[in-house]
Design a protein around this ligand. Sequence first.
Ligand code: URP
Ligand code: ZN
Ligand code: ZN
Ligand code: ZN
Length: 513
Amino acid sequence: MAGIAEYDLVITNGVCVTASDVAAFDIGICGEKIALLAPSGSLATAPTKRLIDAEGGYVMPGGVDCHVHLQEPNMFGKGCSADTFETGTRSAIAGGTTTIVAFAPQQRTEPSLLAALDAAHVLARDNCYSDYGFHLLVGNAGEQALSEIARLPERGVTSLKIFMTYEALQLCDRDILSVLAEARTNQVLTMIHAENGDVLTWLTDRLEKRGLVAPRYHAHSRPPLLEDEATNRAIALAALVAQTPILLVHVSDAGATTRIREAQTRGQPVFAETCPQYLFLTREEHLDGPPGFEAAKHVCSPPPRDKAAQAAIWTGLRNGTFAMLNSDHCPFNFDDDVSGKKACITEDFPLGRFRHIPNGIPGVETRLPLAFAATDRLDRLPLTKLVEVTSTNAAKLYGLYPKKGALMPGLSDADLVVWYPNEGSTKRPAALSGLRITNGMLHHDVDYTPYEGRGVANWPRYTVLRGKVVWDRDGEGIVGGKGYGRFVEREASTLNDIWQRVEEAGQFDEEKL
Ligand code: URP
Ligand code: ZN
Ligand code: ZN
Ligand code: ZN
């Protein structure tokens, strides 16, 4: 092609899927960037250092997973993350995700956000297989932390997360308002974990008094109403502070989904994410069903809900209420009685105590294959929607677009997932039919997957990160280097021009209330 003597990588014969289109294109890559999209087959003989024949398989922008917990300390007085930055990002690329945004956790006892960010950098630097960014996790909204919010954007961090639950992290409404006001002024997006922590503690105490402590009672301690109430409150507080943009994370239930939809319909800048656990796990099957302590494998917050809620979450994903499907990868080992799920088992409590089970499940590697499997069904996810919710919207919302989440020549990093050809193609390996997830095939450092035995129709065949093949399933598997993953500085969110709209609305002024 004109001006390009030799590509570094060409992907020919693929069907490219973006958030807007599905079309057969060849992709020419120079260095770290996408250089050219050309008619299918036209680059098959172009000079290139490496040629990948996609054989008719889909080619998409690499997954962007903006809800990943790695190497976090014992934040909740429970276990420690099983995955390090190394093992978590290794798992990410094997599942087609090329960028993660993890948390830099500020503990309650720590006054500084910037110190928390520095500490997270030390853990991640030279250890990542995927590109990575950070959200600040605000555990202490004291004066110093509030004043440091203004310093986050210059450090490439344009989002933070706050909690309405978890004894060690919960912020009261007054602190939430202070964070929202600071975040709004500095174009930092506030992510909110919306569950009513006081009610949850009250219910937990009552369940404990009655001896109802087995893992499945985790769901009884945090019924949907708690999420509904907190979501409603978060939306109200954000509206009060002159329509501060917020993002409700890991939304699990129909009531909360309705609150979010209503706010969006009113024109309030309210965004939301859901996670695979609310699409693929249910309370009936995964909390109430498993015998003994097994249900602890599915203890996360909010908990998996009933089938009706699951249907509402699918609808919310399809109709745009949820901008993103992120994993909330929060890994704890199961069979580990020091810092895993089983650490809560004692002689007196042979089924453990749910209040001490570390909350969270792994899922950074399975997110894309699970979602891809849902594109097979007419009533589930269109392919373009899959890319939108697993890559493009996250890139826009978190200030990474179009470097990430897109296939724009000259602008986008060459971050790609190449899938195997679909069923019906003679090029499809027979072994792929009947492919089921097992923990043994995953690359995290967790001793179980909540999706053990679940069928998936396809798996990333290659993952490409900034022009380099980092995952080659038919070859040596992980071929990327630890430390190739780079910190990505993020800009302010560009989704729906939110900050432009905030700017037009002017300063928050309590006198106007
Ligand atoms: O159970 C969960 N989701 N654990 C991770 C921490 C959080 O609240 O995101
Ligand atoms: Zn307070
Ligand atoms: Zn959360
Ligand atoms: Zn989380």
